[in-house]
Structure formats: C-alpha cells, structure tokens
Design a protein around this ligand. Structure first.
Ligand code: Z5A
Length: 212
C-alpha cells in the first residue's frame, strides 16, 4: 500500500457544544482543499446494534446499564474494519463522539469506574487528535432546551463533564481543548488548523491502538 494514510480526528464535548456542526464544516473544508475526508458518528444508529441503542436513548426501551455500555462499545467495534480500510485508502475520518463519550457517560452513572468503562474500548483505532469542545452549562442552555432523550438533564451533563476532565488528564491521547463559546466560524478556524497539522503528521505513521 503506497498511499499515505488518512488521519483519525475526533470531536468530543458536552451536549450542544457544536460537535456535529463542526464535524460537518471540517469535512467540507478538507474536501474543498482537495483532501479526502468523510464524517462518521457514534452512536451509528443505522446498524442493528445502533438501533437497539437508539431505542434506548429515545426511552422506547430499557437496557441494563452494563449492557448498554457494551452495546455502545460494540457499535464502535463493528465499524473498525471500515474505519481501517478508509484510513488506509488515505481518507481522513472526522468522527462525532467516540470511546471518550462512552466512558464519560457510563461512568457518570453510580457504581461505574473509569477503568471498567474504558476496558471494552481498549485497542480501538487510536485517534490522532481529539478536540474537546469546551462550553459551560450556561452557554449550552442558551443554545436551546435539553431534548427529550435519555441523559439530557443538566445534573447528569455536569457529571459527564467532570468525567471528561478526568479523561483529559491522560497524556497518551492527543487532547486539544477548544473554546466552543465563540462563533461557529471562529471555532471552525481553530479546528481546521489543528486538523491540517495532524493530517501532515499522521500520514507517515501507523494507526495506533487506544489505551493499550
Ligand atoms: N453516548 C453514550 O452514552 N455512550 C457512547 O458511547 C456514545 C454516546 C458514543 C447521543 O448523542 C447520546 O449518546 C449522547 C451521548 C450518548 N447523549 N447525550 N446527551 P448524539 O451524538 O446522537 O446527539 P448529541 O451528542 O446529543 O448532540 P448534541 O451533543 O446535542 O449536539 P452537538 O453535536 O454538540 O451540537 P450541534 O448539533 O452541532 O449544535 C447544537 C445547537 O447549537 C445547534 O442549534 C447549532 O446550530 C448551535 N450551535 C453550534 N455551534 C454554535 C456556536 N458556536 N454558537 C452558537 N450556536 C451554535
């Protein structure tokens, strides 16, 4: 395989931080500059596992907490062959939420340690860059009411935010914190710059394994 690999770029952040907006803008900008880029999102609600998760999030069904955590992880693992294939083809993948959301959300529930939550995702393709869109709860509230899906309450989201802060202490992951309280264009400019740098750095290196 002679072509340079694509970079795996992840956007994480609290509810309404602008992850989806920024993923879409980044993919568009990279494509406009002549780079191959595609967006993925987790959960991927299109697969059979994703449909179980979607029904749970929409509160149409209940699942035991360990079980749903493992389903979120399985939903990432089922996409790994496709992710690896695309990266090898030189396609840059821009991913809306990844294992970090998985750990932050489940470990915000009583009785779950970060360590237990990280275990099923050990060995996933390691992101070359994880950008955390930082937004305080008051600013998030100004972007509209919380939705009706599970987890969409301010108390739970505050605990999720603390778990993300703990995850960001891990220097084995290339975290960058982005001030998401600015305009969409200002945030995009930073994200694009960081992404262009990491694409150049990643192209000659093998894809790593997360948390291993
Ligand atoms: N979850 C889990 O438990 N375990 C896992 O392993 C994974 C996920 C992967 C589904 O998430 C839920 O699954 C999620 C985590 C959990 N639960 N919660 N909460 P989802 O990805 O399907 O949906 P979402 O993550 O809830 O979307 P979001 O966080 O609400 O939104 P966002 O992507 O961060 O923001 P947005 O859609 O781009 O923008 C939100 C609004 O703000 C919109 O009106 C924009 O126009 C506006 N916006 C965006 N940027 C700006 C700026 N800069 N200024 C002003 N307004 C802005």
């Amino acid at each position: 395989m002679s072509c340079r690999r694509g970079a795996l770029i992840v956007l994480e952040g609290v509810d309404r931080a602008g992850k989806t907006t920024q993923c879409q803008k980044l993919v568009h900008a990279l494509q406009q500059s002549g780079r191959a880029a595609e967006m993925m999102r987790f959960p991927d609600r299109t697969t059979k596992i994703g449909q179980l998760i979607s029904s749970y999030l929409e509160k149409k069904s209940n699942l035991e907490d360990h079980t749903v955590h493992l389903l979120f992880s399985a939903n990432r693992w089922e996409m790994v062959p496709l992710m690896k294939q695309k990266l090898e083809q030189g396609i840059n993948l821009v991913v809306d939420r990844y294992a970090f959301s998985g750990v932050a959300f489940t470990s915000a529930k009583p009785g779950f340690s970060l360590e237990w939550c990280m275990n099923p995702d050990i060995g996933l393709p390691k992101p070359d860059l994880v950008m955390f869109l930082q937004l305080n709860p008051n600013m998030a509230a100004n972007r509209g009411e919380y939705g009706i899906e599970r987890y969409e309450t301010s108390a739970f989201q505050r605990t999720v935010h603390q778990r993300f802060e703990e995850l960001m202490q891990d220097s084995s992951v290339n975290w960058k914190v982005i001030d998401a309280a600015r305009t969409i264009e200002e945030v995009h400019k930073d994200i694009k710059l960081l992404s262009e740098c990491i694409i150049s750095l990643a192209e000659n290196q093998p894809v790593g394994e997360l948390w291993s």
